[in-house]
Write a protein that binds this ligand. Structure first.
Ligand code: 5GP
Length: 131
């Protein structure tokens, strides 16, 4: 099955689906009924955790359209919990959700990056529009 991040049918073979099924390992940071959070395999900052819903959501489009209120609340609560667990709640951190093709989403299962551990600068990866 093929999948275009952001608006296509969910691909159950994606890497995060395989982590959720226990087929691939991860360094777990937090888990509850709706959410799993684990260390990014290629951290960009001293703290780099991915927070994902356990439900099969490609990205923000289907998550915001079809997830339950409990699932949506759980994802945001988990982000806060991860920040506390990783010790950046007071120092500060950035959350990023890359979504779809223009958003440079690589893994087609919704994930929130939690980034911190040092100052992250004003913005990341955004070039001024040419037109
Ligand atoms: P995206 O570009 O889709 O927003 O981010 C995907 C993230 O997933 C990247 O930061 C990448 O390092 C991370 N990633 C890709 N494959 C794996 C994996 O197998 N395990 C873990 N823990 N992270 C992964």
């Amino acid at each position: 099955m093929t999948s275009k991040p952001g608006n296509a049918a969910y691909d159950p073979t994606n890497i995060f689906a395989r982590i959720l099924r226990g087929e691939l390992p991860c360094k777990k940071v937090y888990e509850d009924d709706h959410v799993l959070a684990f260390e990014d395999i290629r951290p960009l900052l001293p703290v780099h955790v991915l927070v994902i819903p356990k439900g099969a959501y490609v990205g923000m489009n289907d998550f915001t359209a079809t997830a339950s209120g409990d699932e949506i609340a759980a994802l945001y609560r988990a982000v806060g919990e991860v920040a506390r667990l990783k010790g950046v709640a007071d120092s500060g951190y950035r959350i990023i959700v890359n979504n779809g093709v223009d958003g440079h989403q690589e893994v087609p299962h919704l994930h929130v990056h939690v980034l911190g551990g040092r100052k992250v600068g004003r913005m990341v990866g955004v070039q001024p529009a040419a037109d």
